[in-house]
Design a protein around this ligand. Structure first.
Ligand code: HEM
Length: 534
């Protein structure tokens, strides 16, 4: 009986505390003058994750959930912001979240990287193998950014181009031998292609689909298992003895095994690179070698070394950063081109002209593939794979002032302990930045002279000092693959199948991290060999 009273007392205590902090957060949200909605659960906590896993079908009916949940935020486009304003607040017991689709606010917050930092309660998977450029903040961030910069040189872009062209040629040959010339493996195939490209660059290892000696999983399987599970960071924190327990469910032990396998692959590669002669020329260095070489250099002003763990963390980040978004963007683009035959012809005109002149080098061909790049921009506008960049205050206890584009609220004072969710999915779907925003039309990205136009409302690669360092990488890879595919095959879907394909594309979700279609196997596309000169 006594224990029950104690338990009841505890529950009442927690409830009273929750109501008190909720009220306090509500009062501070009201003072901003912004519209707000109230969430009974604190976002980005374990309670939020558990509730999402168990009660998703019920929770999606509530606006407070839809505002924070990435899948809902993508599905809603600009509609919630149209209703509540380009900035609004989700009030919860643990913290307030400012949701913003305001381009001025987004640019300003992303520029002030010392004040608005990446919170460690979101995207935990990115730091799974060690601190890296994406997860670091404060003085650590410039060190990581500087030491990883040589990985994104023009030499690296040339390697990406060559490897992507090579891999695409093999992929198209495989597609052309598919029964009835129809494939439903777009997402899987572009994923494997991107992994092969990134492994060739990162590890000089073209064979990623077979387990290496002493491994039970291939690098490909280890990575895709880790990337497909939101549990990986929590499982990594388990004590060692528990990880090997037989009673754990099979899916759990598989994720634990994949994490261990990936670490072992990385450690072997790092020690191989560390023992390579220092005289190895820069041209021969792979990504790990480049990182090790850069981090070994002396720097007068700051400690410029990356530890082995940080090298591992950065390599993992480059792989998931490099692999998934680029592959996903390609799959969406190829499916959309199959549906929009007229756009495919428009892009092909360019490819025929550029490749028809005989060259195939990065330097000669890539800069001229403007229409291919326009396809990438337009696909990322509507299907940007990266989730909304989150930010929190470096000094949580003080208020912060930020500008907005609203004539009635040109500047906002955010109360202490506010987290920020910048929502480019909403900006990308806003009629104030893009005419007919729901129409997929790559032509909008080129001006009359065929040059790429820039939009103040486009943030697929982020913005400011922490803008994606792999942007050029992904553009080069995207254009190399697109040109390689369309030069050899025509992507076709019958008139009756178009709605079905668009339905599959619109049934996408960002769980656990990046946006992708939920039913990739239903994406059937015809691949017909092009007859040259036809
Ligand atoms: C279509 C492809 C890609 C998209 C849409 C994309 C998107 C993004 C976005 C939106 C950010 C900013 C996140 C934030 O500010 O919180 C980012 C950062 C980052 N991306 Fe990418 N990315 C792509 C490709 C790549 C590639 C190919 C690599 C590496 C090989 C890469 C590595 C990184 C890294 C290291 C960061 C963190 C930068 C920092 O915090 O300083 N990304 N990316």
């Amino acid at each position: 009986m006594g224990l029950w009273f104690l338990f009841l007392g505890l529950c009442i205590g927690v409830l009273v505390r929750c109501i008190h902090t909720l009220y306090r957060n509500y009062v501070s949200a009201r003072k901003t003058g912004l519209r707000f909605i109230v969430s009974p659960i604190t976002p980005y906590t374990v309670a939020w994750q558990v509730a999402t896993a168990l009660l998703r079908p019920v929770l999606v009916k509530f606006r407070w959930f839809r505002a924070i949940d990435w899948t809902c935020a993508w599905q809603d486009g600009n509609s919630l912001h149209e209703e509540l304003g380009s900035c609004f607040i989700v009030v919860s017991p643990g913290l307030n979240v400012l949701c913003s689709s305001d381009s001025r606010t987004i640019v300003n917050v992303l520029r002030r990287w010392r004040e608005f930092v990446k919170p460690d309660n979101v995207n935990e998977i990115i730091g799974l193998f060690g601190q890296n450029v994406d997860t670091s903040n404060g003085d650590d961030w410039p060190r990581h950014r500087k030491l990883t910069a040589p990985c994104f040189s023009e030499r690296a872009s040339t390697s990406v181009w060559n490897e992507a062209r090579h891999q695409t040629s093999a992929l198209v040959t495989q597609w052309l031998s598919a029964p009835n010339h129809k494939i439903n493996t777009l997402f899987a195939d572009t994923g494997t292609l991107a992994l092969n490209v990134v492994s060739a660059i990162a590890f000089e290892n073209h064979q990623t689909t077979q387990p290496a000696k002493g491994h039970s999983l291939s690098l490909h399987d280890a990575l895709t298992t880790i990337m497909g599970s939101s549990l990986a960071p929590a499982l990594e924190a388990l004590p060692h003895w528990l990880k090997s327990e037989k009673f754990l469910p099979k899916q759990v032990t598989h994720v634990i095994a994949a994490t261990g396998e990936f670490s072992t692959y990385m450690d072997a590669l790092i020690s191989r690179e560390r023992t390579k002669p220092a005289a190895a020329s820069d041209a021969k260095l792979n990504l790990i070698g480049t990182l090790i070489r850069a981090s070994g250099e002396k720097d007068g002003e700051m400690n410029a070394r990356l530890s082995d763990e940080e090298v591992r963390g950065n390599v993992f980040n480059f792989i998931i950063g490099g692999l998934e978004p680029t592959a996903i963007a390609l799959s969406y683009a190829l499916a959309l081109l199959a549906v929009h035959g007229d756009v495919q012809e428009w892009v092909l005109e360019e490819i025929d002209e550029v490749l028809g002149e005989g060259g195939d080098s990065y330097k000669d061909v890539y800069p001229r593939l403007k229409r291919c790049l326009a396809v990438m921009y337009e696909t990322l506008r509507l299907f940007a794979p990266s989730p909304p960049p989150p930010r929190s205050f470096a000094t949580p206890s003080s208020p912060h002032e930020i500008p907005t584009s609203s004539p009635t609220h040109p500047s906002l004072t955010l109360p202490p302990n506010t987290q920020i969710m910048l929502n480019p999915w909403s900006t990308h779907a806003s009629a104030s930045h893009f005419s007919s925003p729901s129409t997929w039309d790559p032509r909008r990205w080129l001006d009359a002279s065929g040059n790429l136009v820039h939009s103040a409302g486009f943030f697929a690669w982020g913005s400011g000092p922490r803008i994606c360092p792999g942007m050029k990488f992904s553009q080069v890879q995207f254009c190399a693959v697109l040109a390689g595919v369309l030069a050899r095959v025509q992507l076709v879907v019958g008139p009756q199948e178009k709605e079905g394909i668009l339905g599959v594309l619109m049934d996408s979700g960002a769980e656990p991290l990046v946006l992708k279609v939920r039913r990739p196997g239903e994406l059937w596309v015809g691949v017909e060999e092009r007859v040259r000169g036809a």
